[in-house]
Each structure stands twice: as structure tokens, then as C-alpha cells.
Design a protein around this ligand. Structure first.
Ligand code: PLP
Length: 380
């Protein structure tokens, strides 16, 4: 039987053709396609500004630098995320401070962060995990109360909203990833949205060495000397990436709905599996990006055995995520113990992500469920 892949991207022939047109042209790097992408992406997120970058990690790094966060500063974040959330803080020279997550949802809660603020805290970096947004209104209140910068890791949530708020609307900036498993992709890529035009101008300079003229200016106009005005990095999105992304934006909402329907089917088909737990489903009025669907295996099962069995039976699966504080680098550098953040640790030990993407059929979801049930019953 055909293997069920863990993930398939949604690039179409039209997307490839647009990228091909760029490749056949003279100009390949940051230029008109990036500008068009930024305009459309900002509109999609109902945000005044978008900046095209090469990764979400780089985006978070730049946002921290823009707000003067560096050595000696602490940034509060979640241990239940991909490592990049924490490494972006380290890249800026600051210290990530973890606060444990809600055991039911895996999300960081404003009350818990409020209680953990110290004199060294300068920023809060929550993650919209699995596509579900955190309570941004709550985080905005905590940030205002303590005078902190609020930024968002929105790698899992381009499409969502909660309490009528979308990513980027209540924070200094929201950061996105276009890595292959994200809801739209250009291979590797990222972006941020923000409301301040001055900040956006800073990011456009900082993504490109901090020099005064970008390649498009230099190419289209007569030669003029450029200057390096500030320290900059090399995070600029190019026109090939932007061309691949441009029309994917139009399809995001339909694909999100499809993932929601598939997740609902999973929840229905797996409802009666003994010992299997789910993370909280999106609540009414909330729009989730439905980026990942994960289940929590019965605690006494050996997860690695279940993963092996699922894969041997022909279905892809993954772990999103083992808690960041138990990963070797963090464990050794900060002497963390698993029980320091028990909710994140427990989720990280039990979680397994099942295939969730628009090209998956209902029949394949049913087959994945049968495969998982068999793996779970074998492991008992
Ligand atoms: C994918 C991902 C990132 C990193 O994105 P890149 O574009 O690869 O830098 C950061 N945070 C989360 C939650 C992610 O899933």
C-alpha cells in the first residue's frame, strides 16, 4: 500500500511558473517580487507593514535587536516550541527564561508570565503552538503593565485569530516561517509583520548589511555610492522566494479550512482509544491555523516503539516537540531538570504528530487512525 507521507507542500505549477519567470529574468535577488509579496502579505494579515526575510529565526533575532534587547536582558518564552524560538533569543545575546505551559493546551498563559517577570525581563515571546493563538490581549496587558516588548513566534499561525486579534496586531512584530512543512513555503524563508513604518524601514536595512541602497536600487538607477549606516545582517528574501510565495497567500484560508476538517475527523475517529489524550481543541470564536495535529500517547507506552510501529505500517509521524529545556545544549548550559517545567515536559514525552495537510484524503486519515490504534494496542 502507498506510504502516507507526514507532509506534502502545496506549491502549484503556477507558483513554479512565476518563479521560473524570475529565474529567466536578469534580476534574482531582493526586488519587485519581494515588494509585491510584502504588500500582499501585509494585506492578508491586516497589518500595515510586512518585511520579507530568509527565516523566522532571523526575523525574531532582528525584532529583538531592533528593540535593544541583548546581553544582560531576559526574554520570557515557552519551553514547548521548536528550538529556534529560544536560539533567536541567544543569537541576540539575551537569556531565554522559560515559563511552563498550560497542560491542557500546551500554550503559554499571560498569568503565568506575569508572575515570572523579573527586573531583568525585557520582552515576552509567546508561540502560537500547533496553529492556536495564545491570548494576545492578555499578553498585551502584561507587557504594558511591566513595560516589556511583546513579539510573536507565529511560525504555526498565519491564518488564525483570537478575540478578533490576528498575529502582529498587538505586538511589536509577529514572525513567520516559510520552511517546507509550514502552511506556505518557498523552501527556506520567513517574514515579519509590524505596524510601525519606521521599524519596517529599519528591518529592510538590517536584513541587508545595514547599507543605504538595496540591490534593486543599485541595479535600476545610475551608480551612486552607497554607505553602511548601521550594523546589518544577511536576511533578505530574494525575488525567487517571493515569486513562489505570492499566489500561495490566496489559497491559505481554503487550505486552513481543509486542515480543520481533517483534524475534526481525526478527533472523531480517535475519540474512543483508551488512554489516548488530546490537547484542547480550538474554542468557538477562535480561528486556528491547524498547523499540526498531535495526540498524547498513554503515559506508560514507549513512544519510540509506537513511532516505529506507525512508520513500519506505512504512515509518517513526527514529534513536535520534545521540550526545549531537556535538549542537551539547554540542559548543559542552564542545568535544567525535566521537572523544572513539568507540563511542557509531560507533553514533550507523550506527544506524537499525525499527518495533517490538505492533500491528505479522508480515507488516509482513517488509515492513519487504524495504524495508530494497532500501534497503541500492541504497546499495551
Ligand atoms: C519552523 C519554526 C521556527 C523556525 O522557522 P525558520 O523559518 O526555519 O527559522 C520557529 N518557531 C517555530 C514554532 C517553528 O515551527
Amino acid at each position: 500500500m502507498e506510504k502516507i507521507e507526514f507532509f506534502k507542500h502545496n506549491l502549484t505549477e503556477e507558483d513554479l511558473e512565476l518563479a521560473n519567470q524570475v529565474l529567466r529574468s536578469l534580476f534574482l535577488t531582493t526586488g519587485p517580487q519581494v515588494a509585491a509579496f510584502e504588500k500582499k502579505f501585509a494585506q492578508y494579515l491586516d497589518s500595515p507593514e510586512a518585511v520579507g526575510l530568509t527565516s523566522c529565526t532571523g526575523a525574531m533575532h532582528l525584532v529583538l535587536l531592533k528593540h535593544g534587547i541583548g546581553p544582560g536582558d531576559e526574554v520570557i518564552t515557552t519551553p514547548m516550541t521548536f528550538v529556534a524560538t529560544a536560539t533567536a533569543i541567544l543569537e541576540a545575546g539575551a537569556t531565554p527564561v522559560f515559563v511552563d505551559v498550560c497542560p491542557k493546551s500546551g500554550l503559554l498563559l499571560p498569568e503565568a508570565v506575569d508572575a515570572a517577570v523579573s527586573p531583568k525581563t525585557r520582552a515576552i515571546l509567546p508561540v502560537h503552538l500547533y496553529g492556536r493563538m495564545v491570548d494576545m490581549r492578555g499578553f498585551a496587558r502584561v507587557a504594558a503593565k511591566h513595560g516589556l516588548v511583546l513579539l510573536e513566534d507565529a511560525a504555526h499561525c498565519l491564518e488564525g485569530s483570537r478575540d478578533q486579534v490576528r498575529p502582529g496586531q498587538l505586538s511589536a512584530a509577529a514572525c513567520f516561517s516559510f520552511y517546507p512543512t509550514k502552511s506556505m513555503t518557498c523552501g527556506e524563508g520567513g517574514a515579519l509583520v509590524c505596524s510601525s513604518p519606521e521599524d519596517a524601514a529599519w528591518y529592510r536595512s538590517a536584513r541587508h548589511h545595514g547599507i543605504s541602497k538595496n540591490a534593486a536600487d543599485r541595479y535600476t538607477k545610475k551608480y551612486e555610492h552607497w554607505d553602511m549606516e548601521m550594523m546589518g545582517w544577511k536576511y533578505n528574501m530574494d525575488d525567487i522566494q517571493a515569486a513562489l510565495l505570492l499566489n500561495q497567500i490566496d489559497r491559505l484560508d481554503a487550505l486552513r479550512q481543509r486542515r480543520q476538517d481533517l483534524e475534526n475527523l481525526y478527533r472523531e475517529l480517535l475519540a474512543d482509544v483508551e488512554g489516548l489524550d488530546f490537547l484542547e481543541a480550538p474554542v468557538p470564536g477562535e480561528v486556528s491555523g491547524h498547523h499540526l495535529f498531535t495526540v498524547l500517547l498513554p503515559p506508560r507506552l514507549d513512544r519510540d516503539e509506537v513511532i516505529k510501529s506507525v512508520q513500519e505500517q506505512g504512515a509518517g509521524c513526527a514529534v513536535n516537540y520534545r521540550a526545549v529545556h531537556v535538549l542537551r545544549y539547554f540542559r548543559e548550559r542552564y542545568a535544567y531538570r525535566p521537572e523544572d517545567f513539568p507540563a511542557a515536559y509531560q507533553i514533550g514525552q507523550r506527544t506524537i504528530s499525525l499527518p495533517l495537510y490538505p492533500k491528505l484524503t479522508e480515507g488516509k486519515v482513517a488509515r492513519v487512525c487504524e495504524i495508530l490504534k494497532k500501534a497503541v494496542s500492541q504497546g499495551q
